[in-house]
Write a protein that binds this ligand. Structure first.
Ligand SMILES: *Cc1c(COP(=O)(O)O)cnc(C)c1O
Length: 519
């Protein structure tokens, strides 16, 4: 017997004579849309102006939040008043979210959202183009193509290449890997697969600091995660190019097919920039596809005094960037660029090129994994137009300057130990003066790891300032990433004392709970 309650659907409600507009529960009159829209925008504006005065996040449990939603309430059979529903939902989101637009949000590489992007998402949804095909989204397709070109320009990447918007850095990197796979295989890998008879084992090279997208991508592409050669790094956590050469040679000698080398333009943990020009050189000599994971850091190429290695971006066969990081687009917006647009068609298309009025028209369905596609480009395009190249250069440059300022403040603090500083990521840990003697000893390090782990947990729930963590050469460090145009010098200057004060409390609690009092 079914435990579900059977509910008879109401009879359809079309007028018998077919005259007049159709009655449909989701329809909204223009007047009502205007009224609700104004209310929502007013509420959003009030919320945004109050963000700096509130906490970054609240310490709430999954159970508390589920209870707010009515626990296991069933799907409502009938609808609700739209105005009340929107007002209630706005309060729900404003009051129970982690606010990455807060000036003291330093956690992860998630940016504060640009207001013009918020409005852009609304505008995109109003028109709702399907940017999978030119015919379904004519102006949207052209805006996306222009966005891709402008992003290339911002990076110093050839603007006559191709690319498209995707959901984020993971997908942008994956698209690059699929393009590399189709280009590298000397058999029809798309039809016959990676394990075709006589196929050589495809190999991928990246530093041990590369992001986890590479595991997902090699898994999904059928290569298997074992296809990746994780290479050692130098003292600044950058890929060791000598090790790359040696690994490629060893794999060739073993009969494998080296396919792709990945360089990071800003690693996720510490912002290290791999020696991109040198990796490009190896790829050229060895016939490998050169992909740059610039999801976090590639946009720093637009800022004053960019790391010189970023000049190597221009040499890549493909580059992944994340407009929802350093272009401050609201989630989601990733972007992949390729030197030769035909390589994306080679990897994804099942149609011949499409011509419209005698010109080749872009059908993005043929350039990436998606079929129906939203208009992600609009929010990015609007922000690029609102502030231009100079606006971005200034905001990214200021984020980097603030990160360096934080590193100097941490170094000057008696209870903090500075770690790495690169791009806009600073790492450090809490090491009060009486624990300094234990640094580098096994017991001292174990205690500092436990202490900083507990400290991070407290910082992430207390809401005063939000940081994340990195493990650098086996040590557990706190990590502040500034991808946030709201963060001001005063926010950065406040962080060391917040961390040290919280650290004292956490240490007392840890020791009282039976932890050790230090070495
Ligand atoms: C963030 C990041 C990614 C993943 O990007 P998502 O947008 O989170 O999918 C990949 N690589 C690096 C270096 C990153 O910083």
């Amino acid at each position: 017997m079914s435990t579900r309650t059977e509910v008879a659907p109401p009879a359809a409600a079309l007028t018998p004579d077919g005259a007049g507009p159709r009655e449909a529960p989701l329809r909204m009159s223009a007047e009502e849309f205007r009224r609700l829209g104004h209310q929502l925008v007013d509420a959003a504006a009030a919320f945004l102006s109050g963000v700096p005065d509130g906490p970054v996040t609240r310490d709430e449990s999954p159970a508390e939040l589920r209870a707010l939603l009515g626990g296991d309430a069933a799907l409502p059979a009938d609808g609700a008043d739209a105005a009340a529903l929107l007002a209630e939902t706005a309060r729900l989101l404003f009051g129970h979210s982690l606010l990455n637009g807060h000036p003291r949000f330093f956690g992860y590489i998630t940016s504060s959202p640009a207001p013009i992007g918020m409005l852009g998402d609304l505008l995109a949804a109003v028109v709702n183009p399907n940017v999978g095909s030119w015919r379904l989204g004519p102006i949207a397709t052209e805006i996306e193509a222009q966005t891709v070109r402008w992003i290339a320009e911002l990076l110093g990447y050839p603007a006559d290449g191709g690319g498209l918007l995707v959901s984020g850095g993971n997908m942008a990197n994956m698209v690059g890997l699929f393009a590399a796979r189709a280009a590298a295989a000397d058999w029809d890998v798309r039809a016959a697969g990676v394990a075709a008879p006589g196929a050589r084992r495809l190999r991928v090279y990246a530093s041990a600091e590369a992001h986890t997208w590479l595991q997902k991508a090699t898994d999904l592409a059928g290569l298997g995660t074992d296809a990746v050669r994780w290479l050692p790094t130098d003292d600044q956590l950058r890929l060791d190019v000598g090790a790359l050469r040696a690994a490629v040679a060893a794999d060739r000698a073993a009969g494998d097919l080296p396919m792709l080398a990945v360089g990071s333009a800003g690693t996720v943990a510490t912002g290290a920039v791999d020696p991109l020009p040198e990796i490009a050189q190896v790829c050229r000599e060895e016939g490998l596809w050169f992909h740059v994971d610039g999801a976090y850091g590639a946009f720093a190429a637009a800022a004053p005094d960019a790391p010189p290695a970023l000049a190597g971006l221009a040499l890549a066969d493909s580059v992944a960037v994340d407009p929802h990081k350093w272009l401050y687009a609201p989630l989601e917006a990733g972007c992949v660029l390729v030197r030769d647009p035909a390589r994306l068609r080679d990897a994804f298309a099942y149609h011949p090129p499409y011509y419209h009025f005698g010109q080749e028209a872009t059908n993005y369905v043929d350039y990436g994994p998606q079929n129906s596609r939203g208009f992600r480009a609009l929010k990015v395009w609007l922000a690029l137009r609102q502030v231009g190249r100079n606006g971005y250069a200034r905001m990214i440059g200021d984020d980097v300057a603030l990160s360096r300022r934080l590193h100097a403040r941490v170094a000057a603090h008696p209870d903090l130990e500075p770690g790495t500083q690169s791009l806009s990521i600073t790492t450090f840990r809490y090491v009060p003066a009486d624990l300094r003697a234990g640094v580098g000893t096994p017991e001292g390090e174990a205690y500092l790891d436990a202490l900083n782990r507990a400290l991070l947990e407290r910082l992430q729930t207390a809401g005063e300032a939000f940081v994340s963590n990195a493990v650098v050469r086996g040590r557990y460090l706190l990590r502040a990433c500034i991808v946030n145009f709201h963060t001001a010098p005063a926010d950065v200057d406040a962080l060391p004392d917040i961390v040290a004060r919280t650290g004292r409390d956490v240490r007392a609690a840890l020791d009282a709970a039976g932890g050790r009092g230090g070495p």
